[in-house]
Design a protein around this ligand. Sequence first.
Ligand SMILES: [Zn+2]
Length: 517
Amino acid sequence: MSNNRIYIFDTTLRDGEQSPGVSLNVQEKLEIAQQLARLGVDVIEAGFPIASPGDFEAVKTIAERVKGPVIAGLCRATREDIDAGWEALKGAESPRIHTFIATSDIHLKYKLQRSREEVLEQAVAAVKYAKQFCSDVEFSAEDASRSDLDYLCTVVEKVIDAGATVVNLPDTVGYAIPDEFGRFIKAIMERVPNIHRARLSVHCHNDLGLAVANSLAAILNGATQIEGAINGIGERAGNASLEEIIMALYTKKAFYQKEVAVNYQEIYRTSRLVSSLTGMVVQPNKAIVGKNAFAHEAGIHQDGVLKERTTYEIMKPELIGIYKSNLVLGKHSGRHAFSEKLKEMGFELSGEELDKAFRRFKELADKKKEVTDDDIEALIKDEVWAIPERFRLNYLYFASGTRLIPTATVGVAIEGVVFEDAGTGDGPVDAAFHVVDKITGLQGELLEYKLNAVTGGKDALGEVIVRVRVNGRTYVGRGVSTDIVEASVRAYINALNKADFDRIGNNNNSSSDQRGQ
Ligand SMILES: [Zn+2]
């Protein structure tokens, strides 16, 4: 192993999934984990197995099915947590138990109500216990950046003696600033005598907008594992944004002289997937993966880029997988051209999945002159990444206007049998949702509604993301269509399908009462 290698630890599925309002089902988590494996992250933290049956199931499924990266599961420093963690992880090619306990006085006093000695003992015992099952054990000192340095050095030394292979020092509350955090990491490297027997890791939060800067400062001072999430999602202001760290190391390689082992071409696709499955939209001016990250608006910039790209571009969009393709599809495109296009975009579909996607593509091509890459991507996500659908939109009519009471008539197939009903509402979308409730027998409460145009032009595909509460749980639904009422109903039915899937016991979403670092 080269000594300039930086290991990328992705916690999109654990810390990222703790973002307020985000709740992914097992299928969606697996989809993201598979994409993270294609991206080539070194470690995937798949969840917090003891937090809920749904979390357990997700970690177990990912451990068994995703090959390549190390699969980690988070456990508090207790036997019960570690037992559950190992049960979920043991099927993995390379499992890692990640156990943690807080080390700052403020957490000891108010949260744990334990002395420093007791916490030290518990940390060591947890690592030793985990080590009986798994050779790869990571220990995190929660709130490390606010912990007493002498005490923290002792904890780090003792957990390494107990067998920890990775020691992670989180800036749990996002309180650190780069110079200070760099000095902190340097002090740990200098003062812990056995530090070279473990890999030193950091986990930074973005409360002051400094998570990426702090992570880079840690790298300069000896950290070799960086934890973060795609698109920077996570608790509160989020985690360090992995794509920003990866691209900072790439673009400033002469300065950092560090290597990562990721497939840069998968960065953009990973970002899009995480955004669409979590419903957390990426801000347009977000570094690396925002819609405007490579857009040049000012005439003088456009002119410069056309003459020589490097005048205003420090990175090539192609490197991270943003392509402007020449293969344009329209209504005369056949199944073969469509399938070739999908391959070019990185989707590998066959059989029934391909048939379904092709059917939706033909429908769309009838309504739109030119079907763009973004349109196709939106359709694929809508069709292929859908969970099993008990309810399916069959048809939809609505009438509204300035003097009409908005009315909708909706046909919904339940396990293939079409039921029709009609109703009114505050607008055509509201009316249609009421009708869907009536037909499905579920009561959805709409918490949030977002509409995006996937592409430009009057015939743009509209993408609707809804957050719906059903039986006390929140579900994200997504739908696309050239008609926004139809996209809305598709999104709503998508959320209800998830609720229904949950109800029949296939799938529990994670609860939010037990959460870490
Ligand atoms: Zn965190």
